[in-house]
Design a protein around this ligand. Structure first.
Ligand code: UDX
Ligand code: UDX
Length: 457
């Protein structure tokens, strides 16, 4: 039996450790966080994050071998293996502001581990970090006069929000990086042994520390690059009457390209893609590789262009003014099946429309609480309406910004009746039946598709 601790009870730490606890009943798993309100929520019936299947996993082992605690320091003292999944946001100040990772929480956590450890520990990097962070961590941890040994292991998470539990239970691969030394190999094996409880051994990949750290940034950069690539072509489709979904299907059948991550959209969001690519860009600049830095920076720029293009198209379709017009935005979350609104393109579109003085009504099944906090400062006049039918009533336009199934299943005939005319619908996720909506009377604009506009009578 081992004592496993995770510091950081967020979107990564919570689901990851809940699955580990369920799969490894002989280990004691504690998830600790400085935020005591969040810990209280993890201990209650209202978990602090929405993730399909999470509650069932937590309920199956909470109080047995899964515990949540706000006493980070006491838990450090008792742990054998410490996973660290505190946040590493983009730095907002000083050198590297806007690009580099802000490692202050990581470093603070490393020092906290050092201060409260009385026995040897394995420290596992779960948070996404710049390559060679482990070196800095080792230096901090070894700056002790007690000769306490610490091993730093990199084990990046690849779980995607909305399917985090499924991804943890059936990972494409688990990546574990460590030093090629006797104690590094031993630490690596201890982490391998945890995952080997349920992951086939051939899917557990072991590499050097540096390859593991960098692989995480590169995986996210490649995924985001596919979205920016297809989004760039969606702009060309809108000029040429080609259809982006037909193109994605046609190219995705080439087994060298593959079908995933080819959905053109209003843009990618989430806590990871933009942050990790900017981090990669900063690293390339730091190592004197400006051409490589510019190459990856373009992925982020294309994503901002796609969002700007979306609201510019709304404005021009609606006779170049939305001032005073009610506009219903369907979706606040950065993707479906999550309550997370971090870097959500929906909120960027919302802000742009508020700036144009539209009366914006936002609806979302799970993300309105987060959206309310995010928009409190720069767009306090936004109306939050959980019912999409009420949100659309009297609106001049609807924009679908999150691909929730629920938005595809609404009674659009009833919605059309309740709206101001001419009624517009902008599908930023291509989830609606555009021809059907057009036949009901809507003017329809989707991503990378020819517009369906009724001629003036
Ligand atoms: C975060 C990063 O965004 C991601 O890049 C990384 O891979 C893993 O950590 P996430 O779990 O989504 O992902 O972040 P968040 O939900 O903000 O959770 C981080 C938690 O760490 C917060 O609950 C915060 O209170 C906690 N924390 C932060 C500490 O416990 N101690 C600290 O010193 C700082
Ligand atoms: C991502 C990675 O997928 C995951 O491996 C990593 O650990 C964390 O970052 P996540 O941000 O949770 O996960 O969601 P993901 O499914 O990757 O979607 C990111 C964004 O891209 C969302 O806004 C989504 O709507 C958008 N997207 C995704 C598209 O616009 N088109 C697509 O084809 C796929």
């Amino acid at each position: 039996m081992a004592n496993l601790l995770c510091i950081g009870a967020g979107y990564v730490g919570g689901p990851t450790m809940a699955v580990i606890a369920q799969k490894c009943p002989e280990h004691r798993v504690v998830v600790a966080d400085v935020d005591s309100a969040k810990i209280a929520a993890w201990q209650s019936d209202h978990l602090p994050i929405y993730e399909p299947g999470l509650k069932e996993v937590v309920l199956s082992c909470r109080g047995k071998n899964l515990f949540f605690s706000a006493e980070v320091e006491r838990q450090i003292a008792e742990a054998d293996i410490i996973f660290v999944s505190v946040n590493t946001p983009t730095k907002s100040f000083g050198q590297g502001a806007g690009k580099a990772a802000d490692l202050q929480y990581w470093e603070k956590t490393a020092r906290q581990i050092l201060q409260h450890s009385r026995t040897p520990k394995i420290v596992v990097e779960k948070s996404t970090l710049p390559v060679r962070t482990a070196e800095a961590m080792e230096r901090i941890l070894h700056s002790n006069d007690r000769n306490l040994p610490f091993d730093v292991v990199s084990n990046p998470e690849f779980l995607s929000e909305g399917t985090a539990i499924h991804d943890m239970e059936n990972p494409d691969r688990v990546l574990i990086g460590a030093r090629d030394t006797p104690s590094g190999r031993k630490a690596m094996q201890a982490v391998v042994d945890i995952y080997a409880h349920w992951v086939p051994r051939e899917r557990i990949i072991t590499t050097s520390l540096w390859s593991s750290e960098l692989s995480k940034l590169v995986a996210n950069a490649f995924l985001a690059q596919r979205i920016s690539s297809i989004n760039s072509i969606s702009a060309l489709c809108e000029k040429t009457e080609a259809d982006i979904q037909e193109i994605a299907h046609a190219i995705g059948l080439d087994s060298r390209i593959g079908p995933h991550f080819l959905n053109a959209s209003v843009g990618f969001g989430g806590s990871c893609f933009k942050k990790d690519i900017l981090n990669l860009v900063y690293l390339c600049e730091h190592y004197g590789l400006p051409e490589v830095a510019r190459y990856w920076d373009q992925v982020v720029q294309m994503n901002e262009y796609q969002q700007a293009r979306f609201h510019a198209r709304m404005l021009s379709s609606m006779f170049n003014t939305v001032a005073g017009k009610r506009i219903a935005l369907f979706g606040a979350a950065f993707k479906a099946n999550t309550s997370d609104t971090r870097e959500s393109p929906a909120l960027n579109v919302c802000r742009a429309l508020v700036e144009e003085r539209a009366e914006v009504v936002l609806t979302d099944p799970y993300a309105l609480d987060h959206a309310r906090i995010d928009l409190a400062k720069d767009a306090p006049q936004v109306i939050f309406e959980p019912d999409p039918y009420r949100a659309a009533a009297k609106a001049h336009a609807i924009a679908v910004l999150t691909e929730w199934n629920l938005f595809a299943e609404l009674d659009y005939r009833a919605i059309y009746q309740s709206m101001a005319k001419p009624a517009f619908i902008f599908d930023g996720r291509n989830i609606l039946d555009h021809r059907r909506l057009f036949s009901m009377g809507f003017n329809v604009q989707a991503i990378g598709k020819p517009p369906l506009i009724h001629p003036a009578r």
